[in-house]
Write a protein that binds this ligand. Structure first.
Ligand SMILES: Nc1ncnc2c1ncn2[C@@H]1O[C@H](COP(=O)(O)OP(=O)(O)O)[C@@H](O)[C@H]1O
Ligand SMILES: [Mg+2]
Length: 421
């Protein structure tokens, strides 16, 4: 009898353990479902800020945490930045930065492993500077790395404020999966935003080119053509009234037409120097200089101090664009009489320097740079980007009254034309 009774009690205990396990399993499956759903919805959010809020908000909610933070790596400075905060009144932390190896987040960043801390106040890694910034009490926390394609992008950290509440292994598994899905979504959104800003930039640059073309066409060939039309009407009158003057008038008209033609050719070349692709940088610059010398008051000369091999198409196009912009600026602002294009090769360091030097008015580079954002011009930014594209640097030296030097410096190694053989 007793035996039976004991058997029943044992069975009863087993059943209740099983029921508990089943209930837990149900909870976990439900949580997994939520995570899966949220993860799926993340991929459709391409705007970075709303995405980040969604990630953290969902994580806090699913895990039943009191607060959380999304701490992203700033690759430029190698710092961890508190990018989004949720709950717990941690707003004072927003935007705060810390060295990549600081605190619990720093440990996770370094080891690329999740961590559960049951009592933050017993943990040496807990970063006191952060703790002092927030008024909110943190008892335990969980922190997981966000990594995509082997690239670390930040950590996701969740906290409990009530004493006695802890995160467990299952939470860790769930959050780790969620964090890697989030990392992919963040990278996608970043790529998308980069694409958009690049597209906007291209639109602005194209617009600038169109405006310049319109202005150049208006100031140059259009006016010359108008004057040709007037001369021709005048010549028509002359034939009747003073036939002796006709030849002289026609000669003058031919001269004007010739100038219009040259200007148009220069403009076309400016738009698309085909010869750059076929014959390379120096022949293209020679023709460009020759064309400009024919129509402008200043003279352009090319100085090649050391011979160099043919460069890659990207390098040639970039150098040409930087020189073109420098010449255009010299034409617009410098009142120069001479422009030198100087090519130097530093064989020991495998570096090349291309200098565009004018003997014009010069300007205060710093003052211009300071107010650059307000000016809405793109010349210098464009040149900087061109230099960047060939891993080079772009600098301007100028002083009022002492002319201007625009210097493009870049490594030759990666910018030479790779002979395919
Ligand atoms: N060679 C130069 N000589 C004198 N001033 C120059 C020269 N190059 C640039 N500048 C000055 O720097 C400014 C910025 O040039 P840039 O970035 O090309 O913009 P933008 O040509 O559209 O004004 C010019 O407006 C001009 O005042
Ligand atoms: Mg300019």
């Amino acid at each position: 009898m007793n035996q039976h009774k004991e058997g029943f009690t044992e069975l009863g205990e087993k059943v209740s353990t099983l029921e508990k396990t089943l209930a837990e399993a149900r909870d976990r499956i439900a949580a997994l479902h939520v995570v899966q759903e949220v993860s799926q919805s993340l991929t459709s959010e391409l705007h970075l800020q709303p995405l980040l809020h969604k990630i953290l908000g969902s994580a806090v909610q699913v895990m039943g945490a009191s607060a959380g933070s999304l701490i992203l790596l700033d690759e430029l400075t190698d710092e961890l930045v508190f990018t989004v905060l949720e709950g717990g009144g941690g707003e004072s932390l927003l935007g705060m930065r810390m060295a990549r190896d600081k605190g619990i987040a720093g440990w996770v960043a370094l080891n690329r492993q999740p961590i559960i801390v049951d009592d933050v106040h017993q943990d040496d890694r807990y970063y006191q500077a952060i703790a002092n910034t927030i008024s909110f009490h943190i008892s335990s926390l969980i922190c997981v790395p966000m990594v995509t394609r082997n690239k670390f992008i930040g950590v996701l950290e969740l906290m409990h404020s009530e004493t006695g509440r802890y995160f467990n292994k299952f939470d860790q598994q769930l959050l780790t999966t969620f964090a890697s899905q989030s990392a992919i979504a963040i990278e996608n959104a970043r790529l998308h935003e980069n694409l958009i800003s690049e597209r906007d930039y291209i639109i602005v640059v194209e617009d600038e080119i169109r405006k310049r073309l319109a202005r150049d066409l208006h100031d140059g060939p259009t006016q010359l053509l108008a004057s040709i039309v007037m001369s021709l009407s005048f010549t028509k009158e002359l034939i009747k009234l003073a036939p002796a003057m006709v030849v002289g008038e026609i000669d003058q008209t031919i001269e004007v037409a010739d100038r219009a033609l040259k200007q148009l050719r220069t403009l076309l070349f400016d738009l698309r120097p085909v010869i750059l692709e076929t014959q390379g940088l120096i022949p293209a610059l020679e023709i460009y200089a020759q064309r400009i010398n024919e129509v402008e008051d200043f003279k352009i000369s090319i100085v090649i101090e050391q011979e160099f091999e043919r460069l890659s198409p990207k390098a040639e196009v970039s150098i040409f664009a930087v020189i073109q912009e420098a010449i255009n600026n010299a034409k617009k602002y410098a009142k120069a009489s001479e422009i030198l294009l100087i090519f130097q090769v530093d064989k020991a360091n495998n570096m090349m320097t291309v200098t565009t030097k004018d003997d014009g008015l010069g300007f205060d580079v710093r003052a211009v740079q300071k107010r650059y954002d307000e000016r809405g011009s793109l010349g210098m930014i464009n040149s900087l980007e061109r230099a960047d594209a060939i891993n080079g640097t772009f600098t301007i030296h100028s002083e009022v009254g002492k002319g201007t030097q625009v210097i493009l410096n870049f490594p030759l190694t990666e910018n030479l034309l790779k002979q395919s053989r």
